[in-house]
Every structure is written in C-alpha cells, then in structure tokens.
Design a protein around this ligand. Structure first.
Ligand code: AMP
Length: 396
C-alpha cells in the first residue's frame, strides 16, 4: 500500500493549527497556522518540509474560508493524495475513551460536552463542521485530549464533593494532554527497549500548559489536571492548584465577580503572575541570570510543584521504569529538569549534567546519572499521534 497522508487540524476560537502528516516521512510535508480568523488581519502562515515558508492574508476569513484557502496548498503538498483528516478535540467527557470516526451522532456528543470545555469544544466543532463540508468524501476522526485518561480508577478521578455533582453534572477529574502523554510513553518504552504493555512511567508534560501523569502498562492511572485544564501544576498563565476557598475569599473581601476570578486564575497567574514579568520560560531563565527576583521565584515554585506532583503520581505505580520530560519546557530546559529532579532525591533520581545539557531542540535521550533510575527527554509529537489514531480508523 502506498504511504498515506493525513491532515491534522487543531482549531482554536480564532486560529487553526494544521499539519500534513505522511506515513512515509518523519518530517511533516506541510505545517502551519491560520490566525486572527474572522478579523481583517486574518492570515495563514505555512512551512514546507524544505523549510520554504509562506504567508497569505485572508482578510475576514472564518474557519471555513481559511480551510478552503488551504485546500490547494494541502493538496499540492500531499501530491493530490489525502486519505483522512484528524481533528484534535479537547474534551470528550466520559463518552469517548478512544479516537472516533466522526458522524452526526459524534458531532452531537461533542456539542453535549461543551459545558465542560466552553472555550475549546465549540471552536473544535467549528473546524470539524467546516472541514466536513470541504472534504465530504474523506473520513474525519476526532482525537480527544481526555480519552487517554478514561482508564483512571475511580479513587483517582472522583472529587470529595457530594456524589450528585458527579452523577448528575459530570463533576470529576478528566485530565488533558492525553495525546502527548500517550505518544511519549510509547516512545519512551521503545527508547528503553521495553514493551509498553509492561512498563511503568512518570511523565511531566511542561509547556504553556503543564500536567503530570502516571502511566502503567500503556494506561493512564492518574494525572494532575482535573475537570478543567486549570488544576495541578503552575503553568504559563494558569495558577494550577489553589485553595478552593480562594474564590469565596476574593468575592467577600474584594467584591470580585466569578468572571474576574476565572480570568485572573487562567490568564494572569502561573509563571506570569508569580514573576510579574512573563509567561515564557526562556524570558524567565534569562531574567533569572540577571538576578530578577520574580523570575527566580517563579522558576523555583514551578519546579517544586512539578516535583511534588510527580511524587504524588508515584502512588499509582508499583515500580518506576523512568521519568519522562516533554513539552516546550520539558524538552528544552536543562535548568527546570535539574531543579525538578533535585527535589526528587528520595526516589533515588539524579541527572548526568552533560546529557541533560545536550537534550534540547528536538534531541531526546536518557539524562540520568550512571546507576540512577532512568530519566528520559522525549520530544512530543501530538500531530503524529493524531495522524496514527486517524490512520488506525481508516477502512483497510
Ligand atoms: P509548548 O506549549 O509546549 O510549545 O511550550 C512553550 C514553553 O516552552 C514556553 O514557556 C517556552 O518558553 C518554553 N521553551 C521553549 N524553548 C525553551 C528553551 N530553550 N528554554 C526554556 N524554555 C523553553
């Protein structure tokens, strides 16, 4: 069978990230971003595997118009041979435990899950509906961020709140970044020469959004994000865990509205809030070098909280085959890896300085000190995992 091509689409409220993934090549023949959609400044940027870059102004284009402008570019890069479309969908609730071929029933179910992800699912659906109209003859597959975590045991996914909130309103921990945790845990098993079905990992996905995960025999057994992607670690602009009474405290003492508190916790907190400087780890590392107190504190809190969460995830494992770092920060920051692992001495973890420094900009590999438990840097590739999931559902 000739190598097949899958278009992977990730729609936000005003953007579409896309990548053409080929079975035959590790590099994407085409990848890019359409942004500022539905404004006069709407623009599509793309890059081909030969590094050629291009942009096109598409003033006023919405998701559908942008996708239709993309059509000839995608077709050109795919040599006219496109076999399916994989859509990233953030929240699959309890309905979706795996990637699913999209039909009218699936669209309805994604709609029904929208109250759990009001910012993400409606935007994902816009992309799905537009792409299904433009590519009516291709199979479309939804790949959910939450699906991998549907194997959490009940003691890991239930909150200690009245049970009716769970049974009638779906209030439970769902977890996110599932596509990344799944991809890197499989890659880690390959790198370590283990079978994924008999392996046991702690994983830290550290990017703008951050989460940890305990993965046993290829299944997620616990994860740090919860009902929404706000729970858990310190992130770029998200607070992660706080005292749940903070809402009441701010409302009572400062008269803040729910919307204002939500905005503060999601957009003004995390590394940005702590440092008073930036949500970007590169900027913070540079500022720390120059003695910036806020940046120094933000990095310290970030790393301590990653380590603390990983230690907690250890409760879900019976043995440790390795700790995985991934995501923009996990793949590129020797400083964050060093500080995090230093807090995990109790687990016997320690890093080899040179190997740690070497693993940046797409270079992965083992970074543990000789004789200590395995620590791996594994570049994530959510687009390829979405393409693989899509390929698996195509008719033979
Ligand atoms: P992601 O959301 O996975 O794209 O990751 C974005 C985060 O990765 C941002 O905080 C970036 O500052 C961080 N990042 C990317 N490259 C580096 C680097 N060389 N050193 C430290 N952080 C980095």
């Amino acid at each position: 069978m000739p190598a097949r091509n899958i278009l992977v689409v990730n729609c936000g409220s005003s953007s579409i990230k896309f990548a053409l993934v080929s079975e035959a090549h590790s590099q994407f023949p085409l990848s890019g971003l359409a942004e500022r959609l539905s404004t006069q400044d709407a623009v599509i940027h793309w890059q081909c595997s030969d590094q050629r870059q291009d942009s096109m102004l598409v003033s006023g284009a919405d998701h559908r118009a942008a996708l239709s402008q993309l059509l000839p570019i995608v077709n050109g890069a795919a040599g006219g041979e496109l076999h399916g479309i994989g859509h990233r969908v953030v929240h699959g609730g309890e309905l979706f435990t795996t990637a699913t071929l999209i039909d009218a029933r699936v669209v309805q179910a994604i709609q029904a899950t929208a109250p759990l992800a009001p910012l993400h699912n409606p935007a994902n659906l816009q992309g799905i509906e537009a792409a299904m109209k433009l590519f009516p003859n291709l199979p479309h597959v939804a790949v959910f961020d939450t699906a991998f975590h549907q194997t959490l045991p009940e003691h890991a996914y239930r909150y200690a709140v009245p049970e009716t909130l769970y049974h009638q309103h779906g209030v439970r921990r769902y977890g996110f970044h599932g596509t990344s945790h799944r991809y890197v845990s499989r890659r880690a098993a390959e790198m370590a020469g283990l079978s994924v079905g008999d392996s046991s990992w702690l994983c830290a996905h550290l990017g703008n959004g951050c989460s940890t995960c305990a993965i046993v025999d290829g299944h997620s057994r616990d994860t740090s994000m919860g009902l929404t992607p706000l729970e858990g670690l310190v992130m770029g602009t998200r607070s992660g865990d706080i005292d749940p009474n903070l809402h009441g405290h701010l409302a009572r003492t400062l008269g803040w509205s729910l919307e204002r508190i939500d905005r503060m916790l999601n957009n003004d907190s995390g590394l940005l809030g702590l440092s008073g400087l930036s949500n970007d780890m590169r900027t913070l590392e540079q500022a720390r070098e120059k003695g910036h107190a806020g940046a120094t504190l933000a990095i310290e809190v970030f790393c301590y909280r990653v380590a603390k969460s990983l230690a907690a995830m250890g409760c879900a494992l019976q043995r440790l085959d390795g700790l995985i770092f991934t995501g923009g920060i996990g793949e590129n920051s020797p400083l964050v890896r060093h500080k995090t692992v230093t807090h995990l001495r109790l687990f016997g973890l320690a890093l080899d300085c040179e190997a740690n420094a070497r693993c940046v900009r797409g270079v992965g590999g083992p970074i543990q000190a000789y004789g200590h438990p395995r620590v791996l840097v594994v570049p994530t590739n959510e687009e390829r995992q979405i393409a693989l999931d899509t390929l698996a559902l195509l008719p033979a």
